[in-house]
Design a protein around this ligand. Sequence first.
Ligand code: NAD
Ligand code: DAU
Length: 332
Amino acid sequence: MKLLVTGGAGFIGSNFVRHVLSKYPDDSILTLDKLTYAGNPANLAGLAGEARHTFVKGDICDAALVREVARGVDAVVNFAAESHVDRSILDPDAFLRTGVHGVYTLLEAVRALEIARLLHISTDEVYGSIAEGSAAEDAPLAPTSPYSAAKAAGDLLALAYVHTHKTPVVITRSSNNFGPYQYPEKVIPLFVTNALDGEPLPLYGDGRNVRDWLYVLDNCEAIDLVLRQGRDGEVYNIGGGHEVENVAVTRDILRLTGKPETLIRPVKDRPGHDRRYSVDTTKIRALGWTPRHRFTDALAATVDWYKRNEAWWRPLKSGQFQAYYRQQYAHR
Ligand code: NAD
Ligand code: DAU
């Protein structure tokens, strides 16, 4: 298979590119990525010299470029998005541009070039906060942040193309990922790297919001399965089946880094903070997927990765990040 992977220099995208190239010797990938603050060539550094991988810097909103790089591919996998909820509260502009107009640009290219498949990567956040039970794929969309509203808009546009133009789209909606190469603004890498430096861990609100943690390599396997065996027009939820309160994950991180619980700093809550996400994963499991990694082992491996890869994360936490961190946390 020849793939166009958009957003492949980000966290999940780069793990997916590595997964595909190591599992399928006959596959090749062209990665298109704008290299925003979250996109990082170092995430793909291990692929230097790999003839089956090509990198192009560019924007998924650039219709001419997208058509140029998409010509001749068997499928497009779209990871490109602004992905951090807190930043969408500070400034939603890029979220809407990439999340809506970018998806529109990809849909038009897939239609015009008659590409056999567009796999669009979405999120469990489109269902909104789930008080009880779990959201199946046909649950109503009820996004509550500018980030999740932009993602829901992208999903709806993609499904409208399925309905109107029979565009061959499949969508995955996964829960919270963690693992290597995650930008250290997200809670697990932020807390791990803060703990390693003996810095406070800013826990929002009462710390009892629930997220369902999914190891990124398990997500890559699920995405790969949907890419090759999913049905056109269908949505597939992907969840780790490990729902825990944030305070429990925080304590796990402190235990794994050997740091005291006095580092926990309760801070003012995120505006509109969704209490709990939970997806029903019956459909992807029926396709033959199940998460292979236990949360505790995967979290220990992740902490170990950040310990060993200080040269990767330390530059990311300096400069521009410091300004963001002050703006985001100083007043809390
Ligand atoms: P990330 O922020 O680490 O990576 C996003 C990548 O997209 C970056 O490399 C960035 O440079 C690129 N990008 C942004 N705008 C672009 C544009 N206009 N054109 C081309 N490239 C652009 O994000 P991630 O955590 O890897 O998430 C990837 C996808 O998965 C996103 O669509 C996100 O909504 C979704 N998702 C993430 C999670 C999670 O827990 N991280 C869970 C569910 C769904
Ligand atoms: O559910 C899937 C989503 O998971 C993805 O679609 C998003 O792209 C991804 O960023 C993630 O969103 P969250 O908002 O759940 O992730 P984040 O790591 O920002 O926060 C996880 C939880 O931790 C959330 O309840 C807020 C809390 N938190 C977060 C930060 C950054 C804190 O308590 N303190 C913090 O400093």
